[in-house]
Write a protein of this length. Sequence first.
Lengths: 150, 770
Amino acid sequence: MKIHVTVNGYKKAFDIEPSDYLLDTLRKYNYLSVKRGCDNTSCGVCTILLDGKPVPSCSLLSAKADGHSIITVEGIPKEAEKLSEHFGHEGADQCGYCNPSMAVNVHALKNEIQNPTDDEIKEYLVGNLCRCTGYIGQHKAIKSYLEDEK
Amino acid sequence: MKVVNHKLPSVDGKGLMMGRPGYTDDLADPNALIVKVLRSPHAYARIISLDTSKAEALEGVELVLTSKDFDRRPFTRAGQGYPEPSPHDKFVFDEFVRYVGDEVCAVAAIDLVTCEKALKLIEVEYEVLTPILDLEEAIDNEIIIHPEPEIHDMFPIGFEPKRNIAAAYHMEVGSVEETLKDCEVILKQHFYTHAQAHVMMEPHTVNARIDYQNRLVLYTSTQTPIHVRRIISQSLNYPLSKIRVIKPRVGGGFGGKQAIHGEIIVSAVTLKTGKSAKMIYTRKEVFESSYTRHPMRFDITLGAMKDGTLKAIDCKVLSDTGAYGEHALTVFMVAGSKVLPLYNKVDSVRFYGDVVYTNHTPAGAYRGYGAIQGNYALESSIDMLCEKLAIDPILFRQKNMILEGETSPIFEIMGEGTEGTAMMMESCKLDYCVTRGLELIKWNEKYPRVTLPNSKVKGVGMAIAMQGSGIPYIDMAAATIKLNDDGFYNLMIGATDIGQGSDTILAQIAAEELGTTLDNMIVYSSDSDLTPFDTGAYASSTTYVSGNAVVKAAKQMKNMLIEEAEKVLETKVAFDGITFTADNGKEITLKELSNRLYYNEDQKQLTATSSYVGHKSPPPFMAGFVEVDVDIETGEFDIIDYVSVVDCGTTINPKLAQGQVEGGIVQGIGMAVYEEVLINKDGRMITNDMMTYHIPTRLEIKNLTTEFAISYEESGPFGAKSVGEIGIDTPPAAIANAIYNAVGVRITSLPITPEKVLQGILKLKENNHE
């Protein structure tokens, strides 16, 4: 079957099977920033924005995305680049596997909550697991990015 | 220093954040066959019959691989140097399956759906055998996990498979029995540590193809590309020269990617079909069918005098290597060799025991590598001894611990699988680490406990730790630096960046030596065809061993450049990284010199390659302090702050070093408190996804305070030692000690759960009533 979606601002038609998940469809069509981590929505590395809201693409049927708008990190390069500078300053990037999804989720956070508190930032991003950094450097980087973006 | 010891952003952070493709599966052939493994549903069984005909007949199935497709040649997947200190006890496929998730056979098909359909069509008849699921029941059990005659060790490691012993070890300095007779206070205690899962974010992933030169090319998410190439060659009896292994960007490893995973099976599919093939482990497979940390039992006896002099340490260990013996001996030995020298003034010390086979998921390399287990047992028992002695545990440590300029006989006796290497502690700021940590956590205001409102009690606890910096006389690294036209360099290294930032810090080292900037040093790791030899990212070796190779190569390049510049300027020159200045004031820039060398006169390529093997393994040291708030009604506790003061010599990149320490601390906290691999009575892992296996999230981690001691290791690159593993070692003991200090409950088996704490609190109450 075919679905019609807007990916990073461009209209696209994707050939899919009814049982396909959006993660596999996006990777098949070369949106390789969307990563596979846990298979059951518990790690966050496959996070994309569906109509502006963060969702784990590993458990969303591609068919359900028909008619919707999708943003991956390839669609927000300027934001990702700025955020990466804050990560670099804090030494908060290690393996980088969770970082594209983090950038996407921080982008959603920025649009959704004005002046978030420490706890609000942590709560919002709790689904983005990281096994490398210990989180504190990431948190400082995200906070200073959000400050700068005000 | 202009580049080293500076907080520079990593060379790859921006590109990765922006989603540039770089990981193994990003680089797979889109038409690759999908390879899946049929895995055992039984903890122990013999395959009576295997019928793959229906699967093979399914449209879209390319082939099914079974034990019949492979020579019966045992090997080890451990991913170590050769000959390995691990037993050769694994066949690609065998008639026995030894744990739930073990490999029965494999299918390659046109897509995942067909592949999974084919797996279901394979008919296997098992003779289900009784498994051994308790490490304490393994030795001399009538059930033998490895009865096959062909398996063997590569040199003596105490391998006795008929007794379910994968490895055994014994060492003694002095006579523990004799020393204990004279001790005024003796502490005896046993401890249990549990299996921990690595949970790197990128699952094990590999793809293979045949290139236009008819060679087998793999991209694989590995810590050890050179070992992977060798093990594929040995296990498939395929020429090493026809295999190329590329390590692209790796999404975390922590030791879990030191070993072989799907590489052999995927290579076999590609070699048999001539077609590209790929395998991505599901998260369930990562949990069930890769590796865990070795669970261990420790029997500790400490002997001391009333004045607080530690006289004897006796440490008997039983370690569970699971179904296969990857890293069995070496992890076991590190539980002694990178723990016991902390207390180097004892009269006698003994370390001995066995590593046993069970029908659990195999245990393998995991950050800390035995040291975290040993540290938990020893640093918990030191606090218990101090209580018996009525001596302050800080003063006791300060009196008995290793100091700069000292040594321990253990360094010479215990290596990794072999004898060790004697060394003095040329750099050891452990005393500073302890003193500074006390200040940072405000120990004097909080030790041992502070009663808080709302039924809570605050406690503080601490532990000291050491690690190593590579394996002396075994771990070898090499680096190549190439000068390009326009005067920039390539640094090509076998050292494998798996996310720890080694590409960045090794480029910093090269840039510092050559007086250039980080962006002028383009780094590439690793490709078995293009980059020089390196044993890989393990044993805390990269900064120290690979870093020293980079220093040597950069020095060589500098000498070559000066020689060329002196030919041009016809006199002695000085080089500042940008310009060569002659005695007579004449100048030529590096840019001009390189363009001249490549385009105009005296044309030649300048390339410098150098290698390094360590002659010692200088330990990094740290003191870890933790503050916990315990709810005495529920046993629940929060970790309020974790203070780390670390001596890793010079920090090549202080921010990345901090990331290594803090990442290690949080993995150690995970092991101590939140994580536990649970196995049911049939041997099935019930924590086989990230919903049931809880790694710490950003909510649990309230604060981390991390500092570095000013320290300089003469033998290290710009004074550096390792920093990759040291962070993980202290949390289990420090948290256990803090819980004890808060509520008087001593946890002797990991993890430290609210249930165990509450049970302890209730028992104390009961005893007080009696």
